[in-house]
Design a protein around this ligand. Structure first.
Ligand code: X55
Length: 390
């Protein structure tokens, strides 16, 4: 049986070490002296070559967009495939301090076609009391026609090498499959906003003893948010939101260590990519609550009437005065107003407290979170995780 041949060779928590309390929490291997880091790229099969994808280039960004649109993650029944937009990719891959060299592509030498992709972006992640410089690894994609050529392991080694060259020795990543060894395993939950479309495309089914009109009524939402002072986040709010968010995230075992420049990039609204709202108390003008979600459409594979599913994904939410239930219901209301068909959320942070009451249903996908070269003693509950990766 496939026994993680590659991952057994990597500095990650190994299944055989789970529960071994003699192993300390923290880095598994010490940093390598930079002079000992391999200076040249790993070898690819002879027909392929490395390329660095310049996401500022419209042409290259479109090549990356099309590779992912046609070859990235699908659900188990191959009914949907992520369809990250170009502006989303540019936003996700160019945070403060990013390295172009971590946007790695593989081209066929003959045709120069982009056939594979993997990325990293720098992030400061806190694990308990330690803030660690990490790479967030994402968008690992190999063209459908090149699967099981063992390209993924060499791409992972190459992005690791380029991360090491920048003197960073830890990473964070997620996968829908179990690899050695998850720090936590989360579940996706979905809130119908456009139930008729979700049933038509086969994502949802009409409940027993439910008519379509009864189902539409069940998921109906008001036309506008109910919380006084609920408004879009603006540049002038960055300091207050940073304070609010840092304080809120400090309660979780693993979370980003956002500073104001991070908040400005990741949480200021970006058209068609990121939406963020806050509650400014009408009396005191204090900012008391915050909610945010990102736009990640999916291609609908093989439906006569629809080709795109418009999905919103819960990002970071903070409630200090407005009940989280009410804050998230306002998020659902504005998401519906913006034309999203479904609102997705993981059962991380305090999300469990609103999922059932706001009529989310459990999805079939599990999402495993991993740290590279950093051992944590015990697997975390999803509610101890304060990190949402895109
Ligand atoms: C199909 O059930 C699910 C599929 C997905 C992923 S896999 C490829 C894709 O496009 N998805 C986004 C999506 C598609 C459809 C609905 C909601 C989210 C997730 Br994440 C959780 C689910 O439960």
């Amino acid at each position: 049986a496939k026994r993680h041949k590659f991952w057994e060779t990597q500095p990650v928590g190994q299944f055989k070490d789970v529960g071994d309390i003699s192993l300390p929490e923290g880095p598994i291997e010490p940093p390598t002296p930079l002079s000992d880091v391999k200076q040249e790229p790993y070898n690819l099969p002879s027909l392929y070559e490395w390329t660095t994808c310049d996401m500022d280039s419209e042409e290259t960004c479109t090549e990356v967009y099309n590779l992912l649109k046609n070859n990235y993650v699908e659900d188990d029944e191959n009914m949907f495939r992520f369809n990250y937009s170009r502006e989303f990719l540019r936003w996700a891959l160019r945070p403060p301090g990013y390295y172009k060299s971590w946007h790695i592509g593989v081209r066929a030498k003959a045709s120069k076609k982009l056939v594979a992709f993997i990325t990293g972006v720098p992030a400061r992640i806190r694990v308990r009391d330690e803030v660690v410089k990490m790479a967030e690894i994402n968008f690992l994609c190999v063209h459908k026609k090149l699967r099981s050529k063992r390209l993924a392991p060499v791409m992972i080694k190459e992005v690791t090498r380029r991360v090491h060259l920048e003197n960073i020795w830890q990473a964070a990543y997620t996968a829908g499959v179990v690899l050695p060894t998850p720090i936590t395993t989360c579940q996706y939950w979905h809130r119908s906003l456009n139930p008729k479309k979700l049933i038509d495309v086969g994502f949802s089914r009409l409940g027993a003893r439910m008519t379509m009109s009864r189902t539409i009524k069940l998921y109906k939402l008001p036309d506008s948010p109910v919380t006084p002072g609920f408004r879009k986040m603006e540049l002038r709010d960055v300091s207050a939101v940073t304070r609010l968010l840092r304080n809120y995230l400090s309660q979780f075992v693993v979370s980003p260590d956002f500073d104001e420049s991070d908040v400005e990039h990741w949480l200021l609204p970006t058209e068609d990519v990121m939406d963020s709202y806050l509650v400014e108390s009408p009396e005191t003008h204090e900012i008391t609550d915050f909610c945010s979600f990102y736009a990640l459409p999916s291609s609908i594979l093989g439906n006569q009437n629809y080709s795109i599913l418009k999905a919103a994904y819960s990002y970071y939410n903070v409630s200090t005065k407005t009940p989280l239930l009410q804050l998230m219901n306002d998020a659902l209301i504005v998401a519906k107003q913006k034309g999203f068909d479904v609102f997705n959320a993981l059962d991380v942070m305090h999300n469990e407290s609103f999922l059932k009451e706001l009529k989310f249903g459990p999805g079939d996908g599990q999402l495993h979170y991993f740290l590279y070269n950093y051992r944590i003693l015990n697997v975390l509950r999803p509610s101890e995780l304060g990190l949402v990766l895109l």
